[in-house]
Design a protein around this ligand. Structure first.
Ligand SMILES: [Zn+2]
Length: 76
């Protein structure tokens, strides 16, 4: 694994729409992104797969962001 991780830009108390915006696709800017959370000891990562263009990326999260995302309903 030799990729630079992107840091998520939302804060732990941000509104759901801001969290979604932070996870929106970097390629086509679609917010129709399917994400899956991977929690590690203190921090986490979220894999974001765009439903529009198929672009997949990993975003690293602070513990606060990990907690926030674990409370955010994924729009299935
Ligand atoms: Zn996309």
């Amino acid at each position: 694994m030799d990729q630079t991780l992107e840091l998520a830009s939302f804060r732990g108390n941000d509104e759901p729409c801001l969290v979604e915006a932070a996870l929106a696709c970097r390629m086509c800017l679609s917010s129709d992104v399917e994400w899956s959370l991977a929690v590690e000891d203190f921090e986490g990562q979220v894999e974001c797969a765009c439903r529009s263009c198929g672009y997949v990326r990993l975003v690293s999260l602070t513990s606060e962001q990990t907690l926030r995302l674990s409370l955010q309903p994924s729009h299935a």
